[in-house]
Design a protein around this ligand. Structure first.
Ligand SMILES: Cc1cc2nc3c(=O)[nH]c(=O)nc-3n(C[C@H](O)[C@H](O)[C@H](O)COP(=O)(O)OP(=O)(O)OC[C@H]3O[C@@H](n4cnc5c(N)ncnc54)[C@H](O)[C@@H]3O)c2cc1C
Length: 396
């Protein structure tokens, strides 16, 4: 992972999380003459959202392009191990397609129906369930307030670390460099990117810089006078041990309140919930037991009464790069700064979108035709005030 300390590159990528590594891989795969460098400040990835992710994948979105990204991601995952093999080392992303179950109540009925129809029209494997069918999928759910549910059998979970290292190791094996340093600012000249300055004092020159800095993206963007509508939101996940020991893995279950619960096997579950008063912070990565015991457990009990006796054994917290403009990704070149590409604002669904985003950003940079047209997520929409809402994106 050592860096070739050069000063000029075809492409500089700020941030070596799953986005930066997927973009690097897709670029080098398309043109192996490119000189690409990833600058990553923390090679241990302690605070990177990728490593702290829950790893859930779903086709159950309401915006066509989000669904298409997930379908593409599922295709990539099916060949990931072979495609990312380096010599005999094949990454195992442990894709468990246990399905996702979204509970529908009066408040989200119209949205769920609309999403379901769209997902079906795009070929997704989703079912609309009446309340009396839900117990076949989730016998412990008490049906309170429920009017229906949607079940996606392609949905599931993957190991985030394996996706990251798969992309990273393959990109490195094909000639991408990595520098361990912090980008302190983007250098510009006449409305064109000219490179970056590193904390340790060096300059790297390139007329293409990709901001893949996750929750830190607005900090980097601001050094080039780009005001990104992204805030770092703390998301806490709690691990619980309960007496529930279903023989098979249960689907991940999601509620319109933003609460969700994943069965990890045996009696172990993880759960979390997005809240309007979630902390905005760059400094707090501590799991707080009280947040679970005082704010979440009660709601969990209402929907799954068997959780009346459980042990909250541990947990972790990471950052969502939350797009406060419309909750969706921001993808493409910033309209008033040539060469400055953004892959930012993924909130809780970036891990599953990294495959499509890596491909799309590389196509934009190389002026190649697009496999998926993701221009709906272009940064222009912010300047032109054209939000693209996907309200379920707040759930995970
Ligand atoms: C608790 C939690 C659960 C989640 N669950 C899911 C899920 O189930 N499904 C899903 O799809 N998504 C999920 N996500 C979201 C997903 O993890 C992210 O959207 C995705 O990992 C973003 O990848 P990234 O590469 O943009 O960011 P990161 O992984 O954060 O990578 C950005 C990198 O940039 C580096 N960096 C930042 N600033 C600089 C700088 N100035 N110089 C150099 N390097 C810099 C950072 O060190 C970091 O490694 C979850 C996130 C969290 C926190």
């Amino acid at each position: 992972m050592s860096a070739t300390r050069k000063s000029t590159y075809d492409v500089i990528i700020v941030g070596g999380g799953v986005m930066g590594c997927s973009i690097a891989y897709n670029l080098i795969r398309s043109d192996n003459n490119l000189d690409i460098v990833i600058v990553e400040k923390d090679p241990t990835y302690t605070k990177s959202s990728t490593i702290l992710s829950e790893g859930n994948i779903r086709v159950q979105f309401n915006v066509k392009e989000n669904i298409e990204m997930s379908l593409f991601g599922i295709q990539v995952l099916s060949r990931f191990s072979e495609e990312m093999a380096v010599l005999n080392d094949k990454p195992d992303v442990n894709f468990r397609q246990q399905g996702n179950l979204f509970i529908v109540d009066e408040s989200n009925y119209a949205e769920a129906k609309q999403g379901f129809v769209l997902q079906k029209s795009l070929g997704c494997q989703v079912e609309w369930l009446q309340p009396d069918q839900i117990h076949n999928y989730y016998p412990y759910y008490n049906l309170s307030g429920c009017v229906a549910a949607t079940y996606g059998s392609q949905d599931g979970t993957i190991a985030p670390n394996a996706v990251l290292t798969g992309y990273k190791n393959k990109a490195l094996s094909l000639g991408v460099s990595v520098i361990t340093d912090t980008v302190s600012r983007i250098i510009t000249k006449n409305e064109q990117v000219d490179g970056v300055k590193l904390d340790k004092g060096h300059y790297l020159i390139s007329n293409i810089v990709v901001n893949a800095a996750g929750a830190w993206a607005p900090k980097i963007a601001s050094t080039a006078n780009i005001n990104l509508p992204i805030v770092p939101v703390k998301r806490q996940v709690t691990v619980i041990e309960s007496n529930l020991r279903p023989a098979n893995l249960l689907p991940a279950i999601f509620f319109s309140s933003g609460l969700y619960c994943f069965h990890e096997g045996q009696g172990v579950f993880t759960c979390a919930r997005s809240r309007p008063d979630d902390f905005i912070t760059y400094n707090d990565f501590k799991w707080d037991r009280h947040l679970f015991e005082e704010l979440l457990w009660k709601d969990l009990l209402e929907v799954i009464p068997e959780f009346d006796r459980l042990k909250a054994t541990s947990g972790w917290a990471g950052l969502y790069a939350e797009n406060t403009f419309d909750g969706n990704a921001i993808l493409g070149e910033w309209p008033t700064l040539k060469g400055c590409f953004l892959a930012n604002g993924f909130s809780g669904h970036g891990l599953q979108q990294c495959h499509a985003v890596g491909r799309y950003i590389s196509e934009l940079i190389l002026h190649h035709p697009h496999l998926l047209d993701l221009s709906i997520f272009s940064p222009e929409r912010i300047k032109e005030n054209r939000p693209v809402y996907e309200s379920r994106s707040k759930i995970i």
